[in-house]
Design a binder for this molecule. Sequence first.
Ligand code: SAH
Ligand code: SF4
Ligand code: F3S
Length: 461
Amino acid sequence: MSTLTVHIKSFGCQMNKLDTALVSAALGKAGFTPVDSTQEADVVLINTCSVREHAEQRVLSHLGHLKHIKENRPDLVVGVIGCMAQRLGQELLEHEVVDIVCGPAQIPQIVGLVQERLQKNEKTLAVTENIRKEGLDNKELEEFESVYDIANKEMPGQAYVRVMRGCNNFCSYCVVPYVRGPEVSRTPAAIIKQIKKLADEGVKLVTLLGQMVNAYKYITGQKIYSLADLLYMASEVEGIELIRFVTSYPAQKFYDEILKAMADLPKVCNYLHMPAQSGSDKILQAMNRHYTAAEYLQLLARAKDIVPDIALSSDFMVGFPGETEEDFEATVDLVKKAQYKNCFIFKYSPRPDTVADKKLQDDIPQEVKKKRNIKLLAIQEKISAELSKQFLGKTVTVLVEGPSKKPHLDSAKNGYPQLVGRTATNWIVVFNGPENLAGQFAKVKITKSSPLTLFGKLGPV
Ligand code: SAH
Ligand code: SF4
Ligand code: F3S
């Protein structure tokens, strides 16, 4: 039995966090002990993201930090896994601290790769030569995924369940199709089996993951399974109390069906994350997004029609090539009309291989990107502040995540630590309560609101 320790760091999206959980489970099974810091670790794995240059730079600077540690501990094994590993391959392996480079398709091999490295002093590269052709559609991955038997450790009672891999959408700015390969849907049977297993282990909330989750489609015999079908099937699983899904692409296909499932099924959270990216039709076209701002707003109106208390959120990008003040104002206008609960706003960052990088000049100066980012955030903050006020004096049910990482000074105290929970519609709620509520539902009376956080008092459960 090995008594070696491993520390895994995640730098990416929910898919990336799920891969980290899988890798961590596999190493745990093989006898490695997880530890919280690099200092205590014999093996350090970094699960990486390539979606923006900044994400990659953070990894490179972390590798620089590991270089100092490795100077004193040459036996430290460093592995880079995930999207950046797939994108850079050999180039990353040449970095002096890196021992293993392992792409998203090779994570089932991770235990072997680490053990091999511990025995032999050789660097190893495990990525897919032609990811657009080979993709992530292999038996090994499916098997690896199906042994996934731990819930999200940071969030008790919650788990991610992948329903699709890859993406075929080729938004002109996006690297994902080039690092995760073509879109494939997992079988409904495998997904439901996994949800049942998670429910048996005490999971109450599952979040179904796909880059374009509303495109989920699995054909067997005469039947075509859509995301709506999955929602009905997952709702039947005893023990599961909440179901979310991300990320939705603004498209008509299956849209009403999914919203009707949301309206019909009490377990499906009334929450839709549907990135618009821009409010300018010219920019949307250049982004290869297949909708206009007006069509997008019609989809939101439809959502509000079918699910009246739906909470909406979105992603936006500012400073895409050719974005004029007028284009940006169109985005501002769309944000005002949409009335999102919250938005993620990013500054455009050119990604190698993508069409936008090859064909368009990154012509918006950094200061302009920054200015637009700040302005859009401020506008959204006002909207969020207005929407959050509606909760004042009301009692909400939250699924408790655990102790607050950044305790807020001005919340009511009752001798208990400050906890964080989320409503089904994804509002963050901070309150004081016993730590053992983590992973449980609690009722909280809201006494104060801010744009992104609600504060309240724990009520009788
Ligand atoms: N599949 C999801 C998530 C993609 S990545 C979707 O389609 O929405 C998450 C977000 O990162 C995107 O919504 C987009 O807003 C942002 N993003 C993607 N590529 C980017 C780039 N090159 N520069 C800046 N932001 C980017
Ligand atoms: Fe990227 Fe577009 Fe696919 Fe999302 S839908 S992962 S933004 S290519
Ligand atoms: Fe996720 Fe980043 Fe890869 S957003 S899919 S970890 S490029």
